[in-house]
Design a protein around this ligand. Structure first.
Ligand SMILES: Nc1ncnc2c1ncn2[C@@H]1O[C@H](COP(=O)(O)OP(=O)(O)OP(=O)(O)O)[C@@H](O)[C@H]1O
Ligand SMILES: [Mg+2]
Length: 296
């Protein structure tokens, strides 16, 4: 095989991926010139795969997700979903945002309703839609506050409504930006288990950003670990071949689970160690303060 046919074969293979994040660069304009947040991010995802994106704060995880969502346009490269280029948001790619993004003038119920109407207006009756909205709010334990507006509920509760809204759309691709970050440990475990069940039933393709190593190993088929920015890219990809359904309690003692966990920790805290000198900054402030007080 000559080089041209090798390249063509490779391109054809890439095209077959259900979701193809193809050679992406992202340069943000800033007052001091372009800031290259992402460089050559390339990842092919199969239908029904659960991918976690993990990396230090500011490395570019949300940027990748926003590009797949069609909210940002990559500077170079692009996204193909079932061989079609993604240039704008679409209901087949539901997003759970990092900062809860509910419409403040609508109740929890109405926020979910808006999304459900967008997808199922022609296929569900009014009664079916009502049942479906209530079912999804129950799933995230929000049925007791269905008719409250976002300013009347807590951050974790807003996050849960955002998750219900995304799940209610039955999207082919579910994009989640730290979806469980604001939840207490018990609710978080419940949501992780529900997500595994839903994904097993519907075979949605999921990309989830998380900072939680245990969550990444428990839920994922592959953990994609990003290097620190600028020019962040994919550093390593870890295959998680633990049998499903997965149970957090039995996994806690599982050797393979613990090996995977330790691989992610090693990547984050040895290979991509990020030193944020908080203690120095903390020391500077009081002494400066002291000096200025003494000078008075
Ligand atoms: N609109 C923008 N304009 C300029 N720079 C941006 C913009 N959005 C993001 N950035 C920069 O790009 C980099 C990646 O940001 P991003 O929000 O994707 O990081 P992240 O990995 O999601 O971080 P975190 O874990 O804290 O949410 C950061 O350095 C950020 O400052
Ligand atoms: Mg982010």
């Amino acid at each position: 095989m000559n080089l041209t046919s090798t390249v063509t074969a490779a391109t054809n293979n890439a095209k077959k991926a259900f979701l193809d994040i193809s050679h992406i660069d992202m340069v943000f304009p800033t007052p001091t010139g372009g800031f290259t947040a992402l460089k050559e991010v390339d990842l092919q995802i199969e239908k029904g795969e659960f991918i976690s994106l993990i990396g230090h704060s500011g490395c570019g995880k949300s940027t990748v997700l926003n590009i797949v969502a069609g909210l940002y346009q990559a500077t170079k490269g692009g996204i193909l979903l079932k061989n079609k280029e993604v240039n704008e948001p679409g209901p087949e790619r539901a997003v759970v945002f990092q900062n809860h993004s509910l419409l403040p003038w609508l109740t929890s119920y109405q926020n979910v309703e808006l999304a459900v109407k967008q997808v199922f207006n022609n296929t569900m009756s009014k009664g079916e839609m009502k049942e479906w909205i209530e079912y999804n709010l129950k799933l995230v334990h929000m049925d007791h506050a269905m008719h409250k507006r976002p300013d009347e509920i807590s951050g974790g509760m807003k996050q849960r409504v955002g998750i219900a809204r995304a799940l209610a759309m039955q999207p082919e691709v579910l994009l989640m930006d730290e979806p469980f970050g604001a939840l207490d440990a018990l609710t978080r475990a419940h949501m992780q288990d529900s997500l595994m069940e839903i994904q097993n039933e519907l075979n949605n393709t999921v990309i989830m950003i998380t900072h939680d190593v245990d969550e990444a190993v428990l839920l994922s088929d592959r953990i994609v670990m990003m290097t620190n920015g600028p020019e962040a890219t994919i550093g390593e990809i870890l295959e998680v071949e633990l049998e499903r359904p997965r149970n957090r309690l039995s996994l806690a003692k599982d050797l393979e689970y613990n090996r995977l966990r330790s691989d992610v920790l090693t990547f984050l805290y040895e290979k991509q160690r990020k030193v944020e000198n908080i203690s120095t900054k903390a020391n500077v402030a009081p002494s400066t303060l002291k000096k200025s007080v003494n000078e008075k």
